[in-house]
Design a protein around this ligand. Structure first.
Ligand code: FES
Length: 83
């Protein structure tokens, strides 16, 4: 069985207050709408020391910086549907 993609959203106070609180809901909705629940291991993490580049999202080992409600769908589309 193929390993699940790890999708990790920073929920540290800096990233959370600068937008990941809203990105969180969008990611949950995206997973639901695209039936990705069985393919993604979605979790939050505490601050990883990257606040100055945040809000941060990690997909497997790739770090996405300055994530926000306007670019999150593009990031997810690129990763999951345009590989
Ligand atoms: S709070 Fe997200 S990297 Fe520090």
């Amino acid at each position: 069985m193929k390993e699940k993609t790890k999708l990790i959203l920073c929920l540290g106070s800096s990233c959370y207050s600068r937008g990941n609180q809203y990105v969180l809901d969008i990611v949950k909705q995206y997973i639901k709408e695209n039936n990705l629940k069985d393919k993604i291991d979605f979790r939050g993490q505490l601050c990883s020391g990257n606040c100055s580049h945040g809000p941060i999202l990690k997909i497997n080992d790739v770090v996405f910086k300055n994530v926000d409600v306007n670019n999150i769908n593009n990031i997810l589309d690129q990763y999951f549907f345009k590989e």
